[in-house]
Design a protein around this ligand. Structure first.
Ligand SMILES: [Zn+2]
Length: 337
């Protein structure tokens, strides 16, 4: 009886020690978080080795990095921005066991493969208060601007007329995610599209109306690398808030195809590229200090809605947006309201 128990215990120990289980990212997972956490089952060991490889092409992988987590750890986190977007990675682990006073590597776990996608960018409510209007102090050049119609003019148009004009001029479609658009909401969005630099506007293909996402505090969101902007009830309640959020999210749309400009922004104002988010400072808003991409989105929002303030407080940001995002187009701050 005693012998049988000992045998079972022995088998159990061996089984556990030599078959590590990787929990996440699980095999076949698609990751869109900018920071990735690796999790595994706890082993009776002295430490672990973790290896990560990046897929280069169909049959080769390049070593990405390794770590030696301590025995009490069951997870490690890779900082945001360390993994590349749209890549395939594999990871594998093994425990270092101490057997009879001698350290021995245990067997490797199974390989887990995962892919990375663009992170979802969520605009929280801190960011989009009204920036306020400070008078018509800007240079209102018209280059690259669709029609420059006022809200009063546009709000006379029917919903279907707005749909067809917006499609014809900018290739933009109003989509229903789970909420119908009102005519006034479409008119508000169209006013922004019609007054902001055309090449910038045309990058956005879809504007979705959605009731809420995760919490009532979120105003809007988008996926970097995809041409859709999602506007939620929380921001569509007020036209001012809605167009502020739209301009912010359209900047995130811009950051997809113009990744190089977003990276240039990061290096110029933060000394780092666009997906890192440490030690960031100096944005016009506190929400802009979240990371480089939010800084740029908030700065563009200010550029459109409160240009004189941005120009006086953040002149180099203003000049950057003027030349690299808006092709020289400047605003008074009064066009959209
Ligand atoms: Zn944002």
């Amino acid at each position: 009886m005693k012998k049988a128990l000992l045998l079972i215990a022995l088998i159990f120990t061996v089984t556990v020690a030599f078959s590590m289980t990787l929990f996440s990212p699980a095999d076949g997972t698609h990751i869109t978080n900018s920071a990735v956490t690796f999790k595994w089952n706890k082993e009776n060991c002295s430490l672990y080795q973790i290896l990560i490889y990046e897929k280069v092409n169909s049959n080769s992988y390049r070593f990405f990095g390794q770590g030696y987590p301590r025995n009490y750890q069951t997870s490690v986190q890779l900082r945001a921005g360390m993994l590349s977007v749209n890549k395939t990675y594999v990871w594998i682990m093994r425990p270092l066991n101490v057997v009879n006073g001698t350290s021995m590597w245990g067997a490797w776990s199974k390989l887990c493969t995962f892919t990375t996608g663009y992170p979802q960018i969520v605009n929280n409510p801190v960011s989009t208060g009204n920036t306020g209007n400070t008078g018509n102090t800007g240079n209102t050049g018209t280059a690259g601007t669709g029609g420059g119609q006022s809200y009063n003019t546009i709000s006379q148009k029917s919903s279907s007329q707005i749909d067809s004009e917006v499609m014809q001029k900018y290739g933009v479609t109003f989509k229903v995610k789970d909420k119908n658009w009102s005519q006034q909401e479409k008119a508000g969005c169209y006013t922004l599209l019609d007054n902001v630099e055309t090449n910038f506007v045309k990058l956005t293909k879809y504007i979705y109306r959605q009731s809420w996402w995760r919490s009532s505090g979120v105003l809007g969101y988008c996926y970097i690398g995809k041409p859709g902007v999602y506007l939620l009830d929380s921001t569509c309640r007020s036209r001012t808030s809605m167009v502020n959020t739209l301009s912010h999210e359209m900047t995130h749309v811009f950051q997809g195809p113009y990744r190089k400009i977003a990276d240039d922004w990061g290096y110029k104002f933060h000394g780092r590229n666009s997906y890192n988010r440490n030690r960031v400072s100096g944005s016009p808003t506190s929400y802009g200090n979240t990371n480089v991409l939010e800084d740029m989105a908030e700065s563009v929002r200010y550029y459109i809605f409160n240009p004189s303030r941005l120009r006086s407080s953040h002149r180099s940001r203003y000049d950057f947006i003027k030349s690299k995002v808006m092709r020289g187009k400047e605003y008074s701050g009064n066009e959209i309201y």
